[in-house]
Design a protein around this ligand. Structure first.
Ligand code: 13P
Length: 340
């Protein structure tokens, strides 16, 4: 393990005015996204879509790294350049999702445990050779009646820490992603309580597993009202609660925190990030690692049509740029509708 390499990569992932594109949708998830635009999901349509994103002019100004899914890491641009190589040439770091999904946890109804540890060391060796310099593992915590249980939180945190240790051993920076879902009817206070419990356990396990904090990135949810909650907290409340919660749990040795968007609209996710950065005096870089919030507009504008590649790229470029502005608190509501 070369600690200096891990630290250099982690710092580059959260560089000023930049964030990470999550383009690591599994074949099942990308099919759901393509269904919305009436496009069949094939290896070629998936490749063409990812090419649209990765070849967007100027994307490297706001995107420091891209998280790939296994299939995409092995695919090429239409002119035959492997995607990881294409991105690396532009100074964009290739990353890889290595968990194999959240599966029902035996004896714990409605809770999941993320799988993928078996054989992970060998897979990481290959991923490094294919160009990956960072990885991602997502644990999923749902809020509902009687859940989450402490045991499910602990089991997921332990798997995250074991994954992180294996990554660092192979010189790959782990993105540690414990996602508290925003799908329920719970209020923001309940989200904060659960996020508190999850981050307590995650950092306890990371310490126990001897993780080099300077060589990792945390990818958390924001502290936010459940989507079905009748009393939605304001954007200012989300920003204040999220920063408060993170300050209580995330050591300043961690170089950066890169949020997931989790089902927020692109404008909401961007505004929340901007308001948090506007608070200032934060001990870590606060940035984005969005999937849907960066891609939704691009996917609709493209619609699977070769003639609309440029329109799709314009939308992806727009949301990448706006989130780049949110890195320093410069995004303001309404900016998204201004001319590109
Ligand atoms: P969303 O921003 O769409 O939540 O995706 C981020 C991600 O990588 C979830 O694992």
């Amino acid at each position: 393990m070369a600690l200096a390499d891990l630290e250099t990569v982690a710092a580059a992932m959260v560089a000023t005015d930049k964030g990470i594109l999550a383009a690591d949708e599994s074949s099942g998830t990308i099919k759901k996204r393509f269904d919305k635009i009436g496009l069949e999901s094939t290896a070629e349509s998936r490749r063409a879509y990812r090419e649209l994103l990765f070849t967007t002019p100027g994307m490297a100004k706001a995107i420091s790294g891209v998280i790939f899914y296994d299939e995409t890491l092995r695919q090429k641009t239409s002119s035959g350049v492997p995607f990881p190589e294409y991105l690396a040439k532009q100074g964009v770091l290739p990353g890889i999702k290595v968990d194999t999904g959240a599966k029902p946890m035996a004896a714990f109804p409605n809770e999941t445990i993320t799988e993928g540890l078996d054989g992970l060391r060998e897979r990481l060796v290959e991923y490094y050779q294919l160009g990956a310099r960072f990885a991602k593992w997502r644990a999923v915590i749902d809020i509902g009646a009687g859940i989450p249980t402490g045991y499910a939180i602990q089991a997921n945190a332990r798997a995250l820490a074991r994954y992180a240790a294996l990554c660092q051993e192979q010189n790959i920076v782990p993105i540690v992603e414990p996602e508290v879902l925003m799908d329920g009817a719970h209020d923001i206070e309940r989200c904060e309580e659960v996020t508190d419990a999850v981050l307590t356990e995650v950092f306890d396990q990371l310490a126990g597993h001897r993780i080099h904090l300077e060589g990792m990135i945390l990818k958390p949810n924001m502290v936010i009202s459940g989507k079905k909650c009748p009393k939605q907290a304001s954007a200012e409340q989300v920003a204040a609660a999220t920063v408060r919660c993170l300050k209580r749990h995330v050591p300043s040795a961690v170089p950066g925190i890169a949020f997931l968007s989790g089902g927020q609209s692109p404008a909401e996710a961007t505004l929340h990030l901007s308001l948090m950065n506007a608070i200032g005096k934060l001990p870590w870089q606060l940035t984005f690692s969005y999937g849907r919030a960066l891609q939704d507009a691009a996917l609709s504008a493209w619609g699977g049509k070769a003639s609309a590649v440029e329109a799709g790229q314009k939308e992806f470029g727009r949301w990448a740029r706006l989130n780049g502005m949110a890195r320093s608190g410069r995004f303001k509501p309404g900016m998204e509708t201004q001319a590109a």
